[in-house]
Design a protein around this ligand. Structure first.
Ligand SMILES: [Zn+2]
Length: 496
């Protein structure tokens, strides 16, 4: 008899500083979340579900498609979404014969009332599955909680940032699941590190993270362990249970624990080296004013990056430009539905008094109040030009371009694919012809902007995804968390 595996996915990266609730419409407008046709869509690209599917079928198993929910990063997910997911998974568990479950999850997901949405979901799956094995794969920025480890037998995460190993990660998780069904006795060891660092400060392509992962791969190649993931949690979660975690998998629990300890020690020792070099907005404007290369200066406003879960409503740079009376030709987008509506009422070629930005994010400077000239009006659709999503359509909602002196602002309803130059060029604001471009992204902009300019400055900007974590208003974090307080390295690994 073929082993039948229920396969599901639930992906959204939450940022609790984004006040907008992510309702079910953000997971897809046509609500086709289930079944064989939806599975086939996941098999089109190199997704984690595709990797899981491949490992299951290679091991002679059969995939039973269930529920697949994916949304962009943003605010807390509506409870309705998780209730739907759990109800439908209950239906599949009760109506299908199955031997195990593979879930492709993000792991840094909060709902309106649940800080640990993935732990909550896995707890429900555990009740439904009894003692059948459950494997889950996660984003590298996942928040791996005790509840997740208690209810999943296998936990694997991406080993790349920028993330490019979705397929491989799903494959690893499902391969271990099939191993359990064949009688392997995999156990997990974890090190729970009380720390977080800003994602703009590290990549797995460079040290110290690069060497850490090479060491982990060496441990696997030597046969000490069969899998390892380092999870430096995404930090914009103001919740009581948040930590960085190292997870190793092996049949030999002593080896799993020893390797987890070694990797965790290296990461702990490197934590001061994982912070980005930030420049003030004024320093970057100065650089742009002094720039004679003909290329634009890119001010990376990662703090307001919708990819990192921020709203995209910051007008902080535009405000400084106006305050300084700068003549720089600047381009940026700002999420502000009310100003879009005003631009549509005003009409192309006409002027109005605008109040732009700072409409959602708490503590954001602004709004910007100035007379603006409406340049163009759009339905908000554009096609991406960067490698990652080349040709893919993206939608900002109803969109208007309004200029304030030399500052050209793409006003929109939501920020999507915000690291792609087409978010501006698609609406007639060519970044290559600007002196200063505000790029609201963390890393995704690097490849598509590389031929436009190499004058890249990371701004010390405010926002829901700020790298300057100490400047943010925290109310719910645990005690003893690096970088805020004296943090203590754990004495030993835990076995799950
Ligand atoms: Zn991530």
């Amino acid at each position: 008899m073929k082993k039948r595996i229920l396969v599901c996915s639930f992906h959204q990266e939450s940022n609790t500083f984004n006040p907008i609730t992510w309702d079910i419409d953000r997971f897809g407008t046509n609500r086709e979340f289930e079944g064989e046709a939806r599975l086939q869509k996941s098999l089109d690209g190199k997704s984690a579900v595709h990797g899981g599917y491949t490992a299951i079928t290679e091991a002679g198993g059969e995939v039973v498609p269930t529920v697949f929910l994916h949304a962009s990063s943003g605010g807390r997910v509506s409870d309705q979404v998780v209730n739907y997911l759990c109800e439908r998974m209950a239906y599949y568990c009760q109506n299908e014969e199955f031997d195990g479950i593979y879930a492709s999850l993000h792991g840094a997901t909060c709902t309106e009332n649940e800080d640990d949405a993935c732990g909550f979901f896995l707890e429900i799956l555990r009740k439904l599955a009894g003692d059948k094995p459950i494997a889950a794969s996660f984003d590298l920025h996942a928040k791996i909680t005790d509840k997740i480890l208690k209810n999943a037998d296998i936990v694997c995460g991406y080993q790349t940032y920028p993330h490019i190993d979705f397929f491989e990660t799903g494959y690893r998780a499902a391969k271990h699941l099939m191993g359990l069904l064949e009688g392997k006795k995999y156990r997990m060891a974890t090190m729970n590190l009380p720390m977080f660092v800003p994602p703009a400060g590290y990549t797995t392509r460079e040290e110290p993270f690069k060497g850490l992962l090479e060491k982990a791969k060496g441990m696997i190649a030597d046969g000490k362990i069969s899998d390892a993931t380092v999870f430096p949690v995404q930090p914009w979660l103001d919740i009581p249970e948040i930590m960085t975690r190292v997870v190793t998998i092996a049949e030999d629990t002593d080896q799993a624990a020893a390797c987890a300890m070694e990797l965790a020690t290296d990461l702990w020792n490197a934590k001061d080296d994982m912070w980005p070099d930030l420049k003030s907005i004024d320093e970057i404007i100065d650089a742009a004013e002094a720039n004679t290369t003909g290329k634009p200066v890119l001010l990376v406003d990662a703090a307001d990056s919708p990819n990192g879960g921020a709203v995209g409503d910051s007008c902080a740079v535009a405000l400084r430009l106006l305050e300084r009376g700068s003549n720089l030709r600047a381009g940026m987008f700002i999420v502000d539905p009310a100003s879009v509506e005003l631009a549509f009422r005003t009409g192309v070629g006409n002027k109005a008094q605008f109040t732009v930005g700072a409409g959602f994010t708490k503590g954001m400077p602004g709004p910007l109040k100035a007379e603006g000239l409406v340049r163009s009006l759009h339905d908000g659709w554009f096609r991406q030009e960067g490698k990652a999503g080349r040709g893919n359509p993206a939608w900002l909602g109803k969109t208007a371009v309004v200029s304030f002196g030399n500052i050209y602002v793409v006003l929109c309803h939501r920020g999507t694919a915000s690291g792609d130059p087409q978010v501006l060029r698609g609406f007639g604001v060519d970044p290559a012809l600007c002196d200063l471009v505000v790029v609201k992204a963390n890393t995704s902009f690097r490849e598509p902007y590389s031929y436009i300019s190499d004058l890249v400055y990371f701004g010390d900007t405010p926002g829901a995804g700020a790298s300057n974590l100490k400047e943010m208003q925290w109310d719910n974090l645990p005690k003893g968390l690096y970088p805020f307080e004296e943090a203590v390295f754990p004495e030993k690994a835990e076995i799950w």
